[in-house]
Design a protein around this ligand. Structure first.
Ligand SMILES: [Zn+2]
Ligand SMILES: [Zn+2]
Length: 145
């Protein structure tokens, strides 16, 4: 069994920063304990880089980190927060679909989880979901507001 020492800093493969493997991520006034995903013995990115990758759910305001399940609702399917979070992301423009979280009370059904957030700023959306979401122009690029 591979033992992982959470008290020692290691170098993340992609960003090259030294990092603990587990720690708090603070974004949008929220704090979340986070374990870095380990692939091949080392993390890809450090905790600071993950923090910078955090986006905010436009419907409930919760932070979304790479590895989190996501929904792609249309604005007319959900009531938006009073102030649209600046760190929310638009997945597609026609139809307009926004990257939302898979949280209870926000994601209405398990079948609404259509992908997983990645470290590249765009989620991996399951190919089968494209028809269902009426997404017919591929590729879709997530753009910041
Ligand atoms: Zn880093
Ligand atoms: Zn949400």
């Amino acid at each position: 069994m591979l033992m992982i020492n959470f008290m020692k800093k290691v170098k993340a493969v992609h960003c090259g920063h030294k990092t603990y493997l587990s720690g708090e991520i603070i974004a949008f006034g929220q704090t979340r304990m986070f374990n870095l995903p380990i692939i091949g013995g080392e993390p890809g990115f450090c905790l600071d880089c993950y923090q910078k990758m955090a986006i905010q759910c436009p419907w409930c305001g919760q932070m979304i980190l790479p590895g989190d399940p996501i929904t792609l609702y249309k604005p007319e399917e959900k009531p938006v927060l009073l102030t649209f979070p600046e760190q929310s992301k638009i997945f597609s423009l026609i139809p307009t679909r926004l990257i939302g979280c898979g949280g209870k009370g926000c994601c209405e059904s398990k079948t609404d989880i259509v992908g997983i957030m990645s470290t590249k700023g765009v989620p991996h959306v399951s190919p089968g979901a494209y028809d269902f979401l009426e997404l017919n122009t591929i590729p879709h690029v997530a753009v910041s507001r």
